[in-house]
Design a protein around this ligand. Structure first.
Ligand SMILES: C[S@@+](CC[C@H](N)C(=O)[O-])C[C@H]1O[C@@H](n2cnc3c(N)ncnc32)[C@H](O)[C@@H]1O
Length: 198
C-alpha cells in the first residue's frame, strides 16, 4: 500500500535542483532506502534518461512498488530487496543515491553501507547522500540537536552522523569527496566519486 511522506514532498524539488546537473551524463541509479517510494517516482520522472532502481528492506517494498506500479514510468523497474548489511545486487551502477538513511541505520550498518557503495559503483560513479550531518562533532542547528535526541529516544542505535567519520568511510571505500551542498532545513547533500585508479 502506498505510504506518504510530507518531507519527501518538501525536499524533492530542492534535491532535484542539485542532482540534476550531476546526473546528465549518467545512466543507472541505485537508490538505497527508498522509504515510501515517492523520491524514486519524482526523480525518475524528472530525469527520464536515467534507469532508477529503487530498493529497501523487504517491509518497505510494498509501498515503493505501489508508487512504481501506479506511475507506470518506463525507467523504474520493480524495487528490489536491499538491506545494506546483506548481499548487494551483483550489478554496478553509475550513481548510488540515498536520502535520510545514515541517521536511521546503526553505525555498523553505515559501515556496511559505505563498503557496499564502494563495490557497487562503476568507475567515476557518484555516491549522493542527502540528510542532516554534524561537523566537528557539533550540531549545525538546535533543530538538528532536538532531532538527534528524538532519534535516540526512539532507537539508541540511531544518530545524526559526523561528516568527518562518513568521509573516512568513503575514503576507505575508494571514494573522493566532490561537493557538500547546503540544503533547506539544515540538511546537506554530500557527493563522492569513485576514484578511477582505486
Ligand atoms: C527515514 S527513512 C528515509 C526514506 C526515504 N529515503 C526518504 O527520504 O523519505 C530511512 C530509510 O532507511 C532504510 N534503512 C534502514 N536500515 C537499512 C538497512 N540496513 N538497509 C537498507 N535500508 C535501510 C529504511 O528502511 C528506510 O527506508
Amino acid at each position: 500500500m502506498k505510504q506518504h511522506s510530507s518531507s519527501c514532498v518538501q525536499n524533492q524539488a530542492p534535491i532535484l535542483k542539485i542532482i540534476k546537473p550531476l546526473l546528465l551524463e549518467k545512466h543507472t541509479v541505485l537508490e538505497v532506502g527508498s522509504g515510501t517510494g515517492q523520491h524514486a517516482i519524482y526523480f525518475a520522472e524528472k530525469m527520464p534518461h536515467l534507469s532508477w532502481q529503487a530498493s529497501d528492506q523487504v517491509q518497505y517494498l510494498s509501498s515503493v512498488n505501489a508508487w512504481i506500479n501506479e506511475a507506470k514510468l518506463s525507467n523504474t523497474p520493480p524495487a528490489i530487496n536491499l538491506d545494506v548489511t546483506q548481499a548487494w545486487p551483483a550489478l554496478e551502477f553509475d550513481v548510488i543515491f540515498s536520502a535520510n538513511t545514515t541517521h536511521i541505520m546503526s553505525w555498523e550498518m553505515v559501515v556496511d553501507f559505505f563498503q557496499g557503495v564502494g563495490k557497487s559503483l562503476s568507475e567515476n560513479g557518484l555516491f549522493i547522500l542527502y540528510g542532516p550531518f554534524n561537523y566537528n562533532a557539533q550540531y549545525t542547528s538546535q533543530s538538528n540537536a532536538n532531532f538527534d535526541q528524538w532519534l535516540k529516544d526512539r532507537d539508541r542505535q540511531s544518530a545524526i552522523r559526523d561528516f568527518e567519520k562518513l568521509n573516512t568511510l568513503a575514503q576507505r571505500a575508494g571514494l573522493t569527496l566532490m561537493n557538500d551542498y547546503a540544503m533547506p532545513a539544515n540538511n546537506r547533500i554530500l557527493v563522492w566519486q569513485k576514484k578511477s585508479n582505486f
